[in-house]
Design a protein around this ligand. Structure first.
Ligand code: GAP
Length: 514
């Protein structure tokens, strides 16, 4: 566990050192849970977005995109339920004056008990070696069973309190389990209160004409309120989808784990409108389709799992998360929800406008049902970064840090490196760069030894390094070095576009999806 946390810390500092992610407003000591993407980060992020956008809009004839405004009429958030119910339970420690999410404090307590179980299992595995039967050990070991029972009792109390929205019971659990503030170490807690996560601001210039508006906490509502606009102007017939990528804002009480939980983040959401009664078939379809999208990146099938929701929101009739194995455990990256006709019906009710679809096959009008796929760009970015990061020991005692990024997502596809800064090599290198730069993000580097330049490119995940040497000037060949194997082969310059294209093209990745 400690080792994994160390790796995560290293990933965070690597992301900063190599221009992927910077803390926002750093020279003013930062702004909590807000981050900026640097020169490499923005490219990786844009490539993730492009992969999602093209998978949605190019591969599905019945999905179109929109880009709706961040500001929307405030009644939208009343209709969607966010004004009344988009809350987290918060608690303050009177000594440290720090604010916490009551549910997170309890979840941390549950995680501590689980850690104790894992430690017992790891100890026994070491003792028994190959003959160790983990399942049997978990079912029979006294200490494990004791911890497990404690965990289960706490978990079911916690789950019930959350489901019942019982703030008093959450406070009581914190009391009963003697949960202390990690900073002050005391149990001097306030009551638990609800805290709405939406950021509010005013629109309008004169005091009497201002209106409270919210920064959207999800992009989805921009899609729902444009349902009729798109359906009518695009002459869309059910089933069809509307996709959108955009910023969302949540005043998270506790922001942790780097870009995993941010106050300003980006979502890629798609609402798929279907006939009532067909939604569960499409829910299954989108579960499979979205998992395939993730797995096509080749980061390891075993790193994904579904977490089906047992307790559903009152308007949903199915929901699942796609979880990814981060260094701090399996965590939600994407949600897939069958939201019935809740959102469209609510907007019909609150706006007073009819929001229905006339189905020419059935010759009737109805409110479509919706399957939503919703993925956080930043969480996706984090999953790619974490699964790509490797510190390698090389022969001869050397080490390197390499990002094995999926090649189509890499910020730079090839580095163009003249072996030395003379003898016509820089000029030849520029010629090659001019040939490749229209199709691939290239980086020209002539400073330092070629070995150092390779390491810098490994650290940002560049799939190929092209080295121009004396022989290049004679026979128009270069060495092409592979990031992952570090193997070099001599290839003709004319072959470069084909080789790099086959390995790095987004199209080839998209072809895996059909
Ligand atoms: N429209 C549905 C919706 O917004 P959600 O589960 O609240 O559902 C969807 O959010 C996705 O947005 C999550 O799976 C996650 O990837 C991302 N997300 C949510 N809150 C986030 C935050 N504070 N920071 C970064 N990403 C977040």
């Amino acid at each position: 566990m400690a080792q994994k946390e160390d790796v995560f810390k290293k990933i965070v500092s690597h992301a900063k050192e190599y221009g992927f992610v910077f803390p926002s407003s750093e020279i003013y000591d930062g702004l909590g849970a807000v981050y900026d993407y640097g020169q490499n980060g923005v490219e990786l992020k844009n490539n993730i977005k492009r992969y999602w956008w093209e998978a949605m809009t190019l591969l599905h004839e019945n999905i179109v995109g929109i880009d709706s405004a961040i500001f929307m009429h405030p009644t939208i958030w009343k209709a969607s339920g966010h004004v009344d119910a988009f809350n987290d339970p918060l608690i303050d420690n009177k000594d440290s004056k720090k604010r916490y999410r009551a549910d997170v404090l309890i979840e941390d307590e549950i995680a501590k008990i689980e850690e104790k179980i894992d430690k017992e299992v790891a100890k026994a595995a070491k003792r028994f070696g190959d003959s160790f039967d983990e399942a049997m050990f978990r079912q029979t070991n006294g200490r494990v069973l004791e911890h497990q029972q404690k965990r289960d009792v706490l978990h079911s109390r916690y789950e019930k309190a959350m489901n019942d929205n019982d703030l008093k019971e959450l406070r009581q659990i914190i009391e009963d389990y003697a949960i202390v503030d990690p900073i002050s170490g005391t149990r001097n807690w306030t009551d638990v209160r609800q805290f709405n996560l939406m950021f509010k601001t005013q629109m309008g210039s004169s005091a009497d004409a201002t209106m409270d508006v919210y920064l959207r906490p999800e992009t989805a509502q921009g899609i729902f309120v444009n349902f009729l606009n798109v359906q009518k102007t695009g002459r869309m017939r059910l089933p069809f989808g509307i996709a959108q990528i955009g910023k969302a804002f949540r005043n998270e009480i506790v922001a942790r784990q780097f870009i995993f939980r941010m106050r300003e983040f980006e979502q890629m959401e798609m609402q798929f409108f279907v006939r009532p009664g067909e939604e569960l078939d499409y829910f299954k379809f989108w579960k499979e389709t979205r998992l395939k999208w993730h797995k096509a990146l080749g980061m390891g099938d075993e790193k994904y799992r579904f977490h089906d929701h047992e307790k559903l929101a009152h308007y949903a009739n199915a929901a699942t998360d796609i979880e990814f194995q981060m260094p701090f455990g399996f965590k939600e990256v994407e949600g897939i929800h069958s939201r019935t006709n809740f959102d469209l019906s609510q907007h019909e009710k609150f706006s007073g406008k009819k929001i229905q679809y006339f189905d020419p096959e059935l010759n009737e009008s109805y409110t479509p049902y919706v399957i939503e796929t919703s993925i956080g760009v930043d969480r996706m970015f984090l999953s790619v970064l974490c699964s790509s990061y490797e510190e390698q020991q090389l022969d001869g005692g050397d080490t390197r840090v390499v990002l094995h990024l999926p090649k189509a997502l890499a910020p730079v596809k090839c580095a163009i490196l003249p072996l030395v800064k003379k003898d016509g090599m820089p000029e030849k290198a520029r010629e090659i760069m001019d040939m490749l730069k229209f199709d691939f993000a290239c980086q020209y580097e002539e400073k330092d030894t070629v070995g150092k330049r390779y390491r810098r490119q490994d650290a940002i995940g560049t799939p190929f390094c092209i080295t121009i040497d004396g022989q290049t000037l004679q026979d128009n060949t270069v060495t092409l070095r592979d990031r992952d194997t570090m193997q070099q082969e001599r290839v003709a310059i004319s072959e470069l576009p084909r080789i790099i294209g086959e390995e790095c093209s987004l199209n080839n990745l998209l072809k895996k999806l059909v």
